[in-house]
Design a protein around this ligand. Sequence first.
Ligand code: HEC
Length: 99
Amino acid sequence: VKKVLLLAAGLALLACFTLPPASADPAGKELVDRLGCLSCHSLQGKGGRRAPAWDGVGARLTPAAIQKQIVSPRGRMPSFAQLKPEELEALTQYLAGSK
Ligand code: HEC
């Protein structure tokens, strides 16, 4: 019985490390609030109307395309190329999780 328990604990631990991060990345959300993305974009009906709504953006665009739009945007969107790599990553993860 002990062996089985150990195995189960091991598997659970492994799952913690290998599962992708939760889609609602709190660091990403905090950045979105701080950078004012939602003055143009909206999510679940909250936010601006000057840019496409973010609902389902993770299904529409690849993470690479999302990242590209943040750093060197097309259309009437300011560039956020000044972000630190880890901030860019958090933002991208956050948006990619909106499916
Ligand atoms: C001043 C308004 C404005 C702000 C602020 C803004 N955006 Fe945008 N964004 C736009 C517009 C306009 C587009 C559409 C560009 C096009 O395709 O013509 C866009 C497109 C996008 C897209 C692609 C959406 C799609 O469905 O194709 C992403 C992703 C995105 N923005 C992320 C961000 C992030 C992240 C921030 C904050 C760091 C941000 N935007 C801030 C105006 C803005």
